[in-house]
Design a protein. Structure first.
Length: 76
């Protein structure tokens, strides 16, 4: 599998791109990202590429979300 690096102009752009990919998977598999990640980390789902990427997107989203919230509170 080839690694692809994607860069964004801002934190908001990155969060929006992640949210869009999460929503696509949620609709495709009829499962929230939170529920998916819980099942995936417990080994209840297989390691198909969609799930590996979804897991990575969700982890990145969880990592970046507090940063966006911190910046938003400073701007208010």
């Amino acid at each position: 599998m080839q690694k692809i690096k994607i860069t964004y102009d801002s934190l908001l752009d990155a969060i929006l791109a992640l949210a869009k990919r999460l929503r696509i998977n949620e609709e495709r598999y009829h499962l929230s990202s939170e529920d998916f990640f819980d099942k995936y980390t417990k080994g209840l789902l297989d390691d198909r590429i969609d799930f590996v990427e979804w897991s990575g997107d969700y982890q990145n989203f969880l990592f970046l979300k507090p940063e966006l919230e911190d910046r938003s509170s400073l701007a208010a």
